[in-house]
Design a protein around this ligand. Structure first.
Ligand code: 6GU
Length: 299
């Protein structure tokens, strides 16, 4: 996969050289190119922002540098694939350039990912969808955001996804890019050592959809007077799987009752329904969702 990031703080993306993502780059599984937005400014001050039309606080990122940057990144990526190589980003910061098989098919355009608190939620499902694309370009903004016309014009040329990593406001999208790239990279084939490690992730499609992963333990079996739950030492795989699932139910109910609202009765077998009942959850057929006994009493 090829990834381009256009930012006024390329150094903010240095962590892409470390750990899982860094190793994926070193192995040529990820071809990351960082670009300094200011290299597409034309004035001596290298200005990237201006006051908002209509008034109000803060500054807005000017359209011209973004337009020129996206043009250049599109052309570079296209050239890179024509020459069959990860092209060096001329404007890249030290951490930026990479080579290896970007794996971008001819005629391809990137999917533009714009991190913004007003985007759609960045979920495991979206991470999975983006992990299936050969080329992503990220446009993290600072200040109050990017002039809207940049996004609209880009959308006439390539798929655009505006995404938020949560209900809070960051000073800029760079950290969100780190979050998204890491979530995407670990889904790429061969990046995680053990392909099965995805399977039990919270939010993993299948058995863990809408479910948070429960607690984990390692040696020693007793630590500061605390023992590892006996079932995990039993060697009984069926019982262990069931126990883990029940822990996941309890944890999801405690931390994310909004996910419980998505559970459907048919997803649970008889023993699981018993476990849900022990947690105080009863299926409400009319409402089409589980209700906790405590809520039912309140009403
Ligand atoms: Cl993607 N960007 C910024 N600036 N703040 C955020 C965010 C993104 N997601 C949540 N908060």
């Amino acid at each position: 996969m090829r990834i381009d990031v256009i930012t006024i703080f390329p150094e903010y993306l240095e962590p892409l050289n470390v750990s899982l993502v860094g190793k994926a780059r070193a192995r040529g599984q990820l071809d990351v190119h960082l670009h300094d937005l200011r290299s597409w400014t034309t004035d001596v001050h290298r200005t990237v922002d201006d006051t908002p039309y209509g008034g109000g606080p803060g500054m807005v990122m000017k359209p011209e540098p973004w337009g020129a940057a996206l043009d250049a990144v599109l052309a570079q990526g296209a050239d890179a694939l024509a020459s069959g190589e990860g092209a060096d980003a001329g404007a890249a910061a030290g951490a930026g350039e990479g080579s290896g098989d970007g794996g971008v098919p001819a005629g391809e355009v990137p999917t533009l990912v714009v991190p913004t608190p007003s985007g759609r939620p960045f979920t495991q499902e979206l991470a999975q969808e983006l992990a299936g694309r050969p080329w992503l370009a990220f446009a993290p903004a600072r200040y109050e955001g990017i002039d809207r016309r940049v996004i609209e014009e880009a959308a006439t040329r390539m798929p655009v996804v505006e995404a938020s990593i949560g209900d809070y406001v960051l000073a800029g999208g760079e950290v969100a890019v780190l979050v998204m790239v890491e979530a995407i990279a670990r889904l790429l084939p061969g990046v995680l050592g053990n392909a099965e490690s995805h399977r039990d992730d919270s939010f993993a499609p299948g058995a863990m959809a809408d479910l948070l992963e429960g607690p984990v333990y390692t040696k020693p079996a007793e630590w500061r007077g605390r023992e590892v739950p006996e079932v995990l030492l039993s060697g009984h795989h069926g019982k262990i799987a069931r126990w883990r699932r029940e822990q996941a139910f309890a944890r999801t109910l405690a931390h994310r009752p909004d996910l419980v609202d998505r559970w459907q009765l048919g997803a649970f077998d008889k023993k699981e329904r018993e476990a849900l009942s022990v947690l105080g959850l009863r299926w409400d057929g009319e409402a089409g969702r589980f209700r906790s006994v405590a809520d039912a009493v309140e009403e």
